[in-house]
Design a binder for this molecule. Sequence first.
Ligand code: HEC
Length: 142
Amino acid sequence: MASRFLLALLLLCPTIAQAWTLEGDRIEQPLTTHAGDATRGEAIVGSRTTGLCMLCHALPGGNERQQGNIGPDLTAVGKRLNEAQLRARMVASREINPASKMPGYFKSEGLINVSPTLHGVPILNAQQIEDVVAYLVTQTAR
Ligand code: HEC
């Protein structure tokens, strides 16, 4: 009984991880039913332990010396990209651009060298992705 339950769970896992649809460069459908929280998203983006975005990106308000330039400057990214496009950048950067250097923040499949305790666990969970997207859409000033 228990093993049957586990098997069902295993079979379901890829479905859960792939619970999004990329249309062009957009993912229109939010990953969660709870709306993203821009304040939490800002904390994730600025965090040196969860988001690590500043390793590669610059953003206004951050400490200049700690900002990266591997990826595009995210100042006013909310003007260039809409919510669905930002969600797609977070979830499916490689599907949009196979040469993407942006980590797959919502990927839990096909990764190598992952500690057994982290198997099947994406870098950011669905709610954290939505929080980050909610924050990025507010970045419209230059
Ligand atoms: C290892 C470097 C790296 C990290 C870490 C990283 N990114 Fe990126 N990001 C990139 C690169 C490089 C691009 C340019 C397109 C590509 O390569 O996919 C990019 C593109 C983007 C874009 C599209 C910008 C545009 O103008 O088209 C957004 C939005 C973005 N990143 C947000 C984030 C956020 C939010 C985080 C943290 C949660 C993050 N990135 C972490 C490297 C990174």
